[in-house]
Design a protein. Structure first.
Length: 261
């Protein structure tokens, strides 16, 4: 693990594994790099994976100041700069997909391929989750709220047999203020006007049974980004990349390999 320093002086912890073409992996809201633990090795045949802990998570600094998806994208650039990497492929899922949109739109010379997984252009133009989902996640009983989140991430059959612990349910070390800051950053994301400016090859991936981030958002993104490809994974929920690893991993690798420079 190493640290980069952001433009505003925040220390951002990052991790690298493997060799080959740089591939930055962006995690979901209120999660650190462990989000990718279950699938990261799938990319190491030809790619050097780069992850980082968002500010407020993991081993990064945790300032009690406003966070944003544009700011997280700037932090990703600070990591690439610290590594001396000019260009990278970018794969973001959930909130990480929102961050990835800004990376490709604001730093087109730093991104050569883009994968957006289980994400949205923002609530203003996107399809919001249902009120029933919101209520289940806001259950005052922490155990019930955690169970609701698990069922939104994974299918019952997977939950019955999957190894524990799950690494996609949030960073347990985060202070409460940082969780709130992450929630606000994600909910205020709105890249709609910037999406047509994305000029790199783009793949949009989503599970057909995702209620946490409704599947309809995938088509909105694919239609808005010039030349974007869309792939839906039947039966998958929000954590499609982990539960449906045998489908999602090769799908993403095939796309990345087809546009690698």
């Amino acid at each position: 693990m190493s640290h980069a320093k952001s433009a505003d002086g925040v220390r951002i912890a990052y991790q690298t594994e493997g060799d080959g073409t740089p591939l930055i992996l962006l995690a979901g809201q209120s999660n650190n790099h462990h989000w990718w633990d279950g699938v990261r090795d799938d990319f190491h045949t030809d790619y050097r994976t780069i992850t980082f802990d968002y500010r407020g998570t993991g081993d990064s600094d945790k300032p009690d100041t406003p966070y944003s998806t544009t700011g997280f994208a700037d932090d990703a650039i600070a990591v690439l700069d610290d590594l001396g990497i000019d260009r990278a492929a970018v794969y973001g899922t959930s909130m990480g997909g929102r961050v990835a949109q800004w990376l490709a739109a604001r730093y087109p010379d730093r991104v050569h391929a883009l994968v957006l997984g289980c994400t949205t252009p923002g609530d203003r133009h996107g399809v919001e989750r249902g009120n029933d989902v919101r209520r289940s996640l806001a259950d005052p009983d922490p155990a019930a709220a955690r169970h609701a989140l698990l069922e939104l991430m994974y299918t019952p059959s997977y939950l019955a047999t999957a190894p524990r612990p799950f690494t996609t349910l949030g960073d347990p070390t985060m202070p409460a203020f940082a969780r709130r800051r992450h929630l606000v950053a994600s909910s205020r994301h709105d890249a709609w006007d910037a999406l047509p400016d994305i000029g790199v090859p783009t793949l949009v991936v989503h599970g057909t049974d995702d209620r946490f981030n409704p599947t309809a958002n995938a088509a909105l993104l694919a239609d808005r980004i010039p030349g974007a490809q869309l792939r839906l994974i039947p039966g998958a929920r929000h954590a499609y990349f982990e539960e449906f690893r045998s489908t999602a991993g090769p799908l993403v690798l095939e796309f990345l390999d087809s546009v690698r420079r």
